[in-house]
Design a protein around this ligand. Sequence first.
Ligand code: NAP
Length: 628
Amino acid sequence: MNPSVDEAFIRRAIALADLNAVKVALYQHTGDEALEQLPMALEMTDEQRASLIDAATAWLVDNAGPGMPAEPPPEQLRRLMDLATNETVSDLDYAARRELPAFTDFPLMATWDGDKTELPEGFRVAIVGSGLSGLAMATQLQQLGIPYDVFDKRPDAGGVWSINRYPGLRVDTASITYEFSFEKDYRWTGYYSDGDEVRRYLNHIVEKYGIKPRSHYEHTLRTAEWDESAAEWLLTFDTPDGPVEHSASVLVNAVGAFANPSFGDFDGQDEFRGRIVHPSRWPDDVTLAGKRIAVIGNGSTGVQLVKPLAAEASNLTVFSRTPQWMTPRQKYGEPIEPEVRWLLDNFPGYWNWWRYMAIAALFKTHDLVAPDPEWQAGGGIWSKANDDLRAMLTDYIVEQTGGDEELAALLTPDHAPFSRRLVVDNGWYAALREDHVRLVTEPIERFTADGIVTSDGEAHEFDLIVTATGFHVGTYLAPATYTGRDGVDIHDVWEEDGPRAYLSMLAPDFPNMFMVYGPNSQPLSGGTGLPQWFVLWSSYIAKCIIGMLRAGASTIEVTHEAHTRYNEALDREAANLLLLDETHGAPDKNYYVNKQGRLQVNAPWYGPEFHRLCSFVDWDDIELGGTG
Ligand code: NAP
């Protein structure tokens, strides 16, 4: 034990820690049967809690020190997982969760599994986008020793985290779930890191994993054209020095879904004499102090903005078109205590199991979106899990509105929670109760020279209008043009029905082209671990590339038949879910459902099933060409 740390310090550290993770990490070291009898932390009696803290403190007094345990053999790992969530984990769930504790160096990543195949001369992969998904792909290729270039329109890496600079920007899932499993124990300073810290983290990844020298910044993709005879993609980029061309054997689009802001397009917008700002275009020179400010929108962005803007504005008006379900987060905005930092550094296995438990919070979210007919027949609204959550969040609104029933009614959605992503309450409700903050739910009629007129005829005067009105999420890959085999344009293909892909990654007639975080990719369950999914999809793409190279082929693509079959199954699966339910789902003005009425962003599958589908290449669905 470090002499500067005494037993009382360790005891405090354990008391502040995630006790479920403490229990599993301790059991991994000791195999103490008494730990097997403990319930989940929330259900522990004071006595049980105290005995766990005693046992962990005693063990650490003797054994504390740096390091990470080796990955336990499968049987033991499974036992530890059972213990973590006090259940018997099914085979399907086990397969999807196995690498979440991240004991190995590069969890989930594809390997050559034998000798590396000699690459054809000039073989290169182009990755467009250097946000989290592009960086996952780059790290995967780096591990395999496959040459690649990363292109990004921004002057640095980070994607949305490079673009967004608005006040209040912060991850709304715990930092420990918002990191790559191959970068062990990054020293986050906050439980929910702010934009600057996430940017620093992503720059750290770029430097440490050798991605920077292969990155071309200020390169905006304009056109991507498949050249059948050369079996490669011809890419044209706009750069500060004019158009630049590159060719690539394989093209991976990691351009994200939030590249194209939606500015709201309000009537009279040009007449407004003050300033209009979209959060994703936050200017350095905007002054807030003493200003009359409007915030339009109460998605995650609009909500994050209100508290910091209200702190400076002379008055602030929130325009909310549809109420949102919001949830508080424990320790949101708080620094990681020195005691917990010490624990992460000196309790081998704690990082792994804390990470696992933080992700475990969403293991059961499918129960929130899948209907339960039996529950409904007994008078329930959607499912027990969903109705319970609704009751909890309704109570939270009542509590936050401090007895103001009219305000509570305005803020309570008609739709069921989880028909959209829950919004994190960073003090939004509390800000609404401040004297100089006002909520307006009357629809916006138009902008005027002085502000906004609502449909009841009231004129609201502002100096600054913040349009937190979201993004054109349905326009995947836009505004670049992509021309595949026989001159097929991807945007024409997607025009009628909205963007579609096989496993969210491949589209027929677009050989050697992949998408990370493509159409219908975002898992409905298991969603907190998005960086984990970026690695899984990158690994799938790498397996495709390895298979193509091993076969001596020069092209790889999904068959039309497999793409159609997959999408028909996807539509059938989606049809049952809350998001498309006309009665209980959210009004269809949101991006989860596209203008054709289809599920657009999410994968409808139970998360572990989608994980299974993306964890191997079904070669019956894939066509290799140019082998001879
Ligand atoms: P969003 O979720 O699409 O929300 C847009 C908001 O603007 C909604 O309240 C919408 O109202 C409103 N709106 C749009 N057009 C309007 C109009 N013409 N008139 C009045 N209101 C209008 O966009 P977002 O908040 O920017 O979030 C985008 C994505 O980024 C989400 O997935 C979000 O979770 C994510 N995000 C994550 C973080 C993080 O910390 N990790 C932070 C911010 C954002 P309706 O509901 O009526 O359509």
